[in-house]
Every structure is written in C-alpha cells, then in structure tokens.
Design a protein around this ligand. Sequence first.
Ligand code: IDP
Ligand code: MG
Length: 138
Amino acid sequence: MSNITFSMIKPDAVEAGNSGAILKMIEEAGFKIQAMKKLWLTRERAGQFYEVHKERPFYGDLCEYMSSGPIIAFVAEKDNAVADFRELIGATNPQEAAEGTIRKLFAKDISANAIHGSDSDENAAIEAGFFFSRLERF
Ligand code: IDP
Ligand code: MG
C-alpha cells in the first residue's frame, strides 16, 4: 500500500484562484502535504514530465497547456495515497467525474482539468523526484 502521491494544481485552477479551495479539500480528505512549490514549467520541462504520453495525439497541446502559467507541485502523504487521491480528484474528463470530486468542481475540460495525480506507486516516486529532493536543505 502506497503512502505518497505526487500532484500538481494545473494552470487553469491556479489562474482561477482555486488552489486554496483545492488544497483544503485535500487536507480534509486526510492527506498531509510533505513538500510543495509554485513554479512555471518551461515547454521542455513539461515535455519531460509527460514523456510517457509522447505518442498520444494530445501530447503537444498538453505540454503547451502545462507550460502556459504557474502550477503548484506537491507531494501528499496518506495511507493508500495513490488510489485515494485518484478517487478524490475524479475522472480525467470532468464531464465523467463523480459529484464532489475536485475535477467535477473545478476543471474546465479534459485538458484543463485542474489537477494531476500519480497513477501508481512507482510513478509517484518518479514524479516526486522530478520536482523535489528527498531532503531539501537551504
Ligand atoms: P490523468 O491525468 O487522469 O492521469 P492521463 O490519461 O494520464 O490522465 O492524461 C494526462 C493529462 O493529459 C490529462 O490529465 C489531461 O490534462 C490530458 N489529456 C488526457 N486525455 C486527453 C484528451 O483526450 N484530450 C486532451 N487532453 C487530454
Ligand atoms: Mg495520468
């Protein structure tokens, strides 16, 4: 059973001023934020992050979109984190997302869908490592 997942609040939700409401839902669902930062991805870095999707028809649009404005990247901890977080955010297409899910409440459409959530423990570790050191010193 996993205990961490990686997430990003996407540019549409940050721009709309919904990050606070989204983070409140995540904390109320029992997740603890382990690490968090706001940043603006370059087109290149978005392309690296979504490299698994590079053969998909929406890859170019996805990379443009994810580099179109600031995001908030974070690691969240909870028992069964990956599956529970996917349930909290809802289906990729907000029109198919269950009532009360983050995407149902805040996503605009299938590409500007408010939030990312890792799909496996293995990818959670890879994605968290893409943005965060295990122990950030400054
Ligand atoms: P997920 O975010 O629910 O895991 P994935 O299939 O991993 O969904 O796709 C990654 C992201 O790519 C989605 O969150 C969404 O922003 C975008 N995306 C997925 N499918 C489509 C599509 O059919 N058209 C446009 N964008 C898409
Ligand atoms: Mg995915």
